[in-house]
Design a protein around this ligand. Structure first.
Ligand code: ZN
Length: 308
């Protein structure tokens, strides 16, 4: 009896330990497999491209929260805290983040030195459009809105793909596949709209701020805007008068309205020149439920409609 009990105890202990070990191993395995790569990006457009390329493997957070205007942004300590758990930080470049970038990266310099955090400039290798606006030291500034160009967006997607592979080589095949799918979709958009815009009656459009310089260049169009590319100040009365006269003289039928850039001014202008006010997205704040391709296609569609 005593012996049987001992065997029972031993057996129970053995089974429990086995069961315990089995479960623990399985859970550990699932965590390792299911763990997403923590990526921090500067703002919505870079998030949208990173999510398209990263797919299920990435967990993406913004420094500049959705709904905040990115041109004159100053991050808080809370915004920057996201960098502490990140393996990869991706910013646009072309001066968009320059007012806060160096200072912010200095808060995680030890992580960067130890190669625990990789920092990537998405626009690296692109040719910038130079703006009329000058920096404080008198040098000319690049137009940051490269993500609204199809070629520019493809280049950013490729840089982001390479960065993801560098930091997370185990999922290389998926990143390559996602990037190729995105590129195919973008190539198709480019082809479709190049043909459409070539046959458009007019080639000019009016928007909230001059964010569409690259897009206009790609398709041989001309943008006019209420505010300049860098939103460096409120539009002057003189500028608004010129724009109103331009719209009347050229029979502009659509004024594009951006959520974050003086939407009231654009709507008033539309009223005054008897034009339709139509929403457009600069991807600086992406509407819920839309991804990168969906927004690009929406914009191209609306611009095309306005030209015919
Ligand atoms: Zn902008």
């Amino acid at each position: 009896m005593k012996k049987n009990f001992l065997i029972y105890l031993l057996l129970s202990f053995f089974l429990l330990t086995m069961g315990g070990c089995g479960t623990t191993n399985k859970e550990a395995q699932q965590n390792a497999d299911g763990q997403k790569l923590n990526v921090v990006v500067s703002f919505d457009a870079i998030r949208a491209i990173t999510e398209a390329v990263g797919g299920d493997h990435v967990n993406v957070q913004n420094i500049i929260p959705s709904g905040s205007e990115p041109h004159n942004f100053e991050p808080t300590a809370q915004n920057l805290a996201t960098l502490q758990n990140a393996k990869l930080f991706i910013y646009n470049g072309f001066s968009l983040e320059q007012s806060w970038l160096d200072k912010s990266l200095s808060t995680v310099s030890d992580k960067i030195d130890k190669k625990e955090l990789t920092v990537v400039e998405a626009s690296k290798g692109a040719t910038p459009l130079q703006l009329d606006e000058k920096a404080d030291n008198g040098t000319s500034l690049p137009d940051p809105h490269i993500w609204l160009s199809i070629e520019g967006g493809e280049l950013e997607a490729e840089n982001i793909k390479n960065a993801l592979i560098q930091v997370d080589p185990a999922n290389k095949d998926d990143y390559e596949k996602n990037y190729q799918n995105l590129k195919n979709d973008m190539d198709q958009l480019k082809q479709e709209y190049a043909a459409k815009f070539a046959n458009s009656k007019r080639k000019d459009f009016v928007t909230g701020h001059a964010a569409f310089g690259y897009l206009a260049r790609d398709f041989g169009l001309q943008q006019n805007s209420v505010s300049d590319a860098l939103l460096s100040g409120e539009p002057s009365a003189k500028k608004l008068k010129e724009l109103t006269d331009y719209c009347k003289e050229n029979h502009v039928t659509t004024i594009f309205v951006e959520d974050m850039v003086s939407p009231k001014v654009s709507e008033t202008l539309a009223n005054e020149v008897n034009a339709k006010a139509v929403k457009i997205y600069t991807l600086e704040d992406i509407p819920d439920g839309m991804d990168y391709i969906a927004v690009l296609k929406y914009d191209l569609d609306k611009i095309y409609e306005s030209l015919n």
